[in-house]
Design a protein around this ligand. Sequence first.
Ligand SMILES: *Cc1c(COP(=O)(O)O)cnc(C)c1O
Length: 364
Amino acid sequence: MKIMPNRLDRGFYMYQEEFEKKAIETLRSGWYVLGREVRSFEEEFAQYTGARYCVGLASGLDALWIAFRILGIGAGDEVIVQGNTYIASVMGITINGATPVFVEPDAWHTIDVSKIEEKITNRTKAILIVHLYGQASDMAPVQKLAQTYHLKLVEDCAQSHGACYQGQMTGTFGDIGCFSFYPSKNLGAFGDAGAILTNDPRIAEDVRIFRNYGSEKRYYNKVVGANSRLDELQAGLLRVRLKHMHALLEERQRICGRYLKELCNDAIQLPQVRKQTTHAWHQFVLRCPRRDALMQYLDELEIGSIIHYPIPPHLSEAYAYLGLKQGDLPITEQYAKEVLSIPLYCGMTEEEQSCVIDAINQFQ
Ligand SMILES: *Cc1c(COP(=O)(O)O)cnc(C)c1O
């Protein structure tokens, strides 16, 4: 059986009628950017997460760089972030001219909180927490550090829609929570989309103005902003999916529960779930010292898998200017050599799950 790492079409057909109805309704409305659907989505997503404000944006990367811009973080400032993240987290920092300071990950692939303090200097202005793969980071000590050192706290929740730490949703712990609704994310649109969450009315207002050329009133521009508007079609389709978010998360949890119970092979290490967190299972990430052999073996059985991510940002060509080299972040670099994400998507059949499990259990 051929199994792909992800099947976005399945997620569409699950609620096909509702999506199509909303799409046609929006097309016929004659209003396509920043309107009723966007406002409703912002209200509903804020309510879902427990944040006071949500502001829709054009992408997850925009959410990140606009967050740092609004917080006044730029050239000469340092932002602490884990080494093993998607490069967009880092670009959110560097687009503003700030410098990323990398910290090694813990056993859950999130930032190793015990290694943050040693990286704080008098230039440090913020911590960017990434809830990678849908696993919530250890937020209590992070919040404490941010308070003690007067640092801004920003969360990259592009992979953690629905993930909780001690019953509280990710994206609501700091000054700003940044979300992506790229189609493959847990809450995915049918194109690019993003948002920020905040409890601060001034931040919400600043982002609202910034996303639309810095204009509060038409043709009256307060600041030099960006065009990072969320469109009505994406917002409407996101509203449809958000209504089913509980069921969608449960399905991911059910599939990963099965993986955790039934996968059994000494050659691989299963992901762990941090205590007092609800994992949103954006990815199910194995570690295997012979990862490339495992990947090729699965590929020969027509089972797709993906490496998230093969090149850590500090070794990426894009960040050569930071002057970091191989060996600077040994744990991050080891993870990059060992991680493998196996097929996981809503609408995955039990037969497909069994096929993945059997294949991995027979890997030698
Ligand atoms: C997807 C992703 C982003 C970027 O989101 P886009 O909507 O693609 O711009 C940022 N950070 C992480 C961790 C992501 O997974």
